[in-house]
Design a protein around this ligand. Structure first.
Ligand code: 5GP
Length: 177
C-alpha cells in the first residue's frame, strides 16, 4: 500500500501488464496505419507515460505533439468552455490519433474531439489507456483501449492525486477508508 497526501492507495495493475497491453495497442495501430504517417496528439499531463511507451513500440513513422486543455466557466448559460492550448501543428488533412490517459465521464474528450474535428483532419481516432464504462455520461467511441476499470479513483502511470503519483510505474486504486 502507498500513501499520497492524506489518502491510501492499493496496487491494481502491475507495470508489466500495462506495458504488455500498450504493446498490443501499438501493434494494432501500426497495422491499421500501415503506409501512413499519423499525427499523435497526447493530452497533458496524464498521458505522458502512456504516450512515451506507445511511441516506442510503433513500427510505422509517426509524429507526436502535445496538447493541454483548460476548462473555465464562461457564463452560466453556456456552461463550461474547453480551450485547446499548445497545438502548433496543423491538423488539416492529417490522420490524427488522440492519446488520453483515462476516459471517465467522457465530457472532456467529447469537447476535445469536437474542436479537433473542426480543424479538418483526414481521420480521427482515440486511444485511451484506461476507461471507466460506469462513469460515462456521453457516448464516446474509443478505437484503441487498454483496460476497462471499475468506477474508482486511480493513480500512477501518469495519473495523479493532487500532483503526486504520476511517476509510479504501477497503477493504484484509492482505498476505501
Ligand atoms: P472526463 O471528462 O472523462 O470525466 O475526465 C477525464 C480526465 O479526468 C482524465 O483525463 C483525467 O485527467 C481525469 N480523471 C478521470 N478519472 C481519473 C482517475 O481515476 N484518476 C485520476 N488521477 N484522474 C482521473
Amino acid at each position: 500500500m502507498i500513501k499520497l497526501h492524506d489518502k491510501h492507495f492499493e496496487p491494481m495493475l502491475k507495470n508489466e501488464l500495462i506495458e504488455t497491453e500498450i504493446q498490443r495497442m501499438a501493434t494494432q495501430i501500426s497495422q491499421d496505419y500501415a503506409g501512413k504517417t499519423p499525427l499523435f496528439i497526447a493530452i497533458l499531463n496524464g498521458s505522458f507515460m502512456f504516450a512515451a511507451q506507445l511511441m516506442k513500440s510503433l513500427t510505422i513513422p509517426a509524429e507526436i505533439t502535445f496538447l493541454r486543455v483548460s476548462s473555465y466557466q464562461a457564463t452560466s448559460s453556456t456552461g463550461k468552455v474547453l480551450e485547446l492550448l499548445g497545438l502548433q501543428e496543423s491538423v488539416e488533412n492529417r490522420e490524427v490519433i488522440v492519446l488520453e490517459d483515462i476516459i471517465d465521464t467522457g465530457l472532456t474528450m467529447e469537447k476535445i474531439k469536437e474542436q479537433l474535428l473542426a480543424k479538418n483532419p483526414s481521420s480521427f481516432a482515440l486511444a485511451s489507456l484506461f476507461h471507466k464504462p460506469e462513469a460515462l455520461k456521453t457516448p464516446i467511441e474509443i478505437d484503441y483501449l487498454g483496460f476497462k476499470i471499475e468506477n474508482k479513483f486511480v493513480v500512477g502511470y501518469g495519473l495523479d492525486y493532487d500532483g503526486l503519483g504520476r511517476n509510479l510505474s504501477d497503477l493504484y486504486v484509492l482505498k476505501e477508508e
